[in-house]
Write a protein that binds this ligand. Structure first.
Ligand code: SAJ
Length: 414
């Protein structure tokens, strides 16, 4: 069925593991990326991104000749688009990468292919892809047009959790939303290659909304936890104890407060719902605002902790956007660490991130900020700020923290 191969466009945290999963089942796949360094790394059998078990899967797939990377889109039977869908400064979806990927597929179409959008996208994007393709290829028919289309188009959103991608890629249930039922059937065949979860057939717009809904559900729940944390601080009650107790109720399941919501999914996707229906999304928008306000509250708490100290040393534990990943994109911990160093020029700020060897560019030009090991940073610190609950920080003993001010944004040291 896939004798002319499968092409995956975008070789990041989703596209590359998808390539590895397909190749792992013995099916030939070509990965395409605009970044020539990424392409060269993969062709040398190495994964440019860290994710458990991905490196070994890429090495094996390349060695067996089942995975090749390139910067040019070749002809294929199936095209999967896994490129970023960020938002603009005013929280509007930026579909420029999806548009560019679609434009690069168009010249390769002969008829009979399926084009699948995996990137999380606002409602209507899959239909838009079909329209873009038909503008580029008026000689072919597409599913938004009457009749049997030459090319099928579907949305199959990725739903894997960073840190567990290689497992969830195979075991998660998969939403497959075609612009027509025939599009769904064609796209489902691609996922049957490697997906052991249930394949749920639906229409494209429902699949788009379902994916956005999942991440908004989580964002609203985290905002509730973060608001509770602020209330509990005010009334001097331990929020972690309150949530632990409340979660013993059989129908209550509150998530955890933290320093804010990071990454490139949960902090982004709710805005796609807001932008689709601005006057109907008071709750979803407010949740975003509550979560986005958290880093500022943590910076205030640190400023209060160092008040009256002379030449204080502040250790900020963790820079990643969440525990046990090396991904610093959209991380509240990076934001907080940078803001603390700038707001307290008399303080020495020690950033600790066991997963990176150097400070990220947005932090490396701050004079009073340096990268330090956990043990040394804690030993030198007057104030210890726990930002990310990495397993490595479990090694820090109560004796090491004795006598220091603690700002624990995740209830880690309780
Ligand atoms: N966070 C909290 N409190 C919590 C849980 C998370 O503050 O109780 C914070 C984390 O520290 C992090 C952020 O939220 O900064 C997001 O982390 P996450 O682990 O909840 O989610 P992501 O962004 O790594 O992955 C999510 C997943 N979506 C859901 O769980 C509904 C994943 O399945 C999606 O595939 C992914 O978004 C995506 O790509 O959309």
């Amino acid at each position: 069925m896939f004798g002319h191969g499968i092409v995956v466009i975008g070789l990041g945290y989703i596209g590359l593991p998808t390539c590895a999963a397909i190749a792992g089942r013995g099916v030939s796949v070509t990965g395409v990326d605009v970044n020539a360094c990424t392409v060269a790394e993969i062709n040398a059998g190495r994964s440019p991104v860290f994710e458990p078990d991905l490196g070994v899967a890429v090495a094996g797939a390349v060695a067996r000749g089942l995975l090749t990377a390139t910067t040019e889109v070749p002809a294929a039977d199936a095209f999967l688009i896994a490129v970023p869908t960020p938002f603009t400064d005013d929280h509007q979806p930026d579909l420029s990468h999806v548009h560019a990927a679609t434009a690069s597929i168009a010249p390769q179409l002969r008829g009979g292919e399926v084009v699948i959008l995996e990137s999380t996208s606002p409602p209507g994007t899959t239909l838009q892809i079909s329209r873009w393709l038909s503008e580029a290829r008026p000689d072919l028919t597409f599913p938004h047009q009457p009749g049997v289309p030459d090319v099928h188009v579907a949305h199959c959103p990725e739903r894997v959790l960073p840190g567990r991608i290689m497992i969830e890629m195979v075991t998660n249930d998969r939403l497959v939303g075609g612009l027509t039922p025939a599009c769904s059937a064609r796209a489902a065949a691609v996922y049957r290659i490697f997906c052991e979860g249930e394949i749920l057939l639906t229409d494209a717009a429902s699949a788009e909304m379902a994916k956005l809904t999942e991440n908004s559900f989580r964002d609203v729940n985290i905002a509730f936890a973060n608001e509770l944390a602020a209330v509990c601080e005010e009334v001097e009650v331990d929020v972690w104890e309150v949530i632990r107790l409340a979660n013993h109720h059989p129908r209550v399941d509150i998530l955890s407060p933290g320093p804010g919501v990071g990454g490139h999914c949960i902090a982004v996707d709710p805005w796609f719902i807001v932008s689709a229906a601005p006057h109907r999304t008071r709750l979803i928008r407010t949740a975003r605002e509550v979560n986005d306000a958290r880093p500022g509250s943590v910076v205030d708490a640190i400023a209060t902790a160092v008040d009256n100290m002379v030449d204080p040393v502040v250790a900020c534990l963790g820079l990643a956007f969440k525990a046990n990943v090396d991904d610093l994109r959209g991380s509240p911990a990076v934001d907080i660490t940078g803001r603390v160093a700038r707001r307290l020029p008399g303080a020495s700020v020690l950033a600790v991130e066991p997963h990176v060897g150097k400070l990220p560019p947005m932090l490396d030009d701050i004079a009073n900020l340096a990268l330090e090991s956990a043990a040394d940073a804690v030993a030198k610190a007057d104030v210890v700020v726990l930002l990310v609950d990495h397993n490595q920080f479990r090694a820090i003993t109560p004796a090491e923290l004795d006598g220091k001010q603690i700002v624990d944004t995740r209830g880690f040291f309780r």
